[in-house]
Design a protein around this ligand. Sequence first.
Ligand SMILES: Nc1ncnc2c1ncn2[C@@H]1O[C@H](COP(=O)(O)OP(=O)(O)OP(=O)(O)O)[C@@H](O)[C@H]1O
Ligand SMILES: [Mg+2]
Length: 301
Amino acid sequence: MSIAIDLVSLSKHYGAVRALDDVTLQVREGEFFGLLGPNGAGKTTLISIVAGLARATSGQARVMGFDVVRDYRQARRALGVVPQELVFDPFFTVRETLRLTSGYYGIARNDAWIDEILTNLDLSSKADANMRSLSGGMKRRVLVAQALVHRPPVIVLDEPTAGVDVELRQALWRFVRRLNREGHTIVLTTHYLEEAQELCERVAMLQNGAMVALEPTADLIRRFAGGMLVLRLGGAPLPPRLAALRVEYPLPDRVALPLARYEELEPTLAELRQAGCLIEELEVLHTDLEDVFVRIMRGER
Ligand SMILES: Nc1ncnc2c1ncn2[C@@H]1O[C@H](COP(=O)(O)OP(=O)(O)OP(=O)(O)O)[C@@H](O)[C@H]1O
Ligand SMILES: [Mg+2]
């Protein structure tokens, strides 16, 4: 299987700050990959190196086999990046902006594809509007469009849904999923872990520049699996055996008990009944990517 993005021992230091610390990672062609981590973890730094916008302190990065330094032009051509920061020229219209970007990649007549992108991002009505007249969310849509004008095989989206409304988010994911089905490799960074869980087949987690997890999303969740039984009780106090199992929960009037398997549910309820506890409310919570993320950031592996 071919490798879309190949990073070998990649490090980037800013003075004493290790923005990236010895990251080795391969994103396979056709993958929908998530790059996760808290603020300052190094996600944008990694993307900037891959896009040739920043130089690694050490290590190598390749896009579709092209070294981002030695074969800069080919590597850049193979990549479409939706940057985290809004940057644009206020004097051009949306269409002019997209034509200019096409020109930058040496594509002369690109209007058919530009129109398709505009339609999919619900931007057609803004095609002739000046960039400076657009709202923040609209500008972000243009950034997404700009990343796609040269039909790059690898698409990297750095928090594309920050500050965009529900409708665009859904439209954007439909479009990106379609591009992925058509063979494009997708790398996504987001702080919305629900989105990552739903979209990404595999995720990497960065913390202080180092990679602390790299696994198929489903495996990661399964490995940390375990639910929680959350109860509001009346009647008699919690029996001592269950009181000893009790885990912390944000609402003080709730009793939270770990629940590794559903088979534990019935005996637990029977034990409560026998002790004379009355169940006033009951909820079973499942582990999701957000729980896993929090636990990994706390140092669990
Ligand atoms: N040009 C720079 N000069 C100095 N330090 C930098 C520079 N760019 C990034 N850093 C530092 O590198 C670290 C990683 O930053 P980076 O922007 O890659 O994080 P991030 O994971 O993208 O965070 P966020 O989720 O907030 O976007 C941070 O400590 C940041 O302050
Ligand atoms: Mg960032």
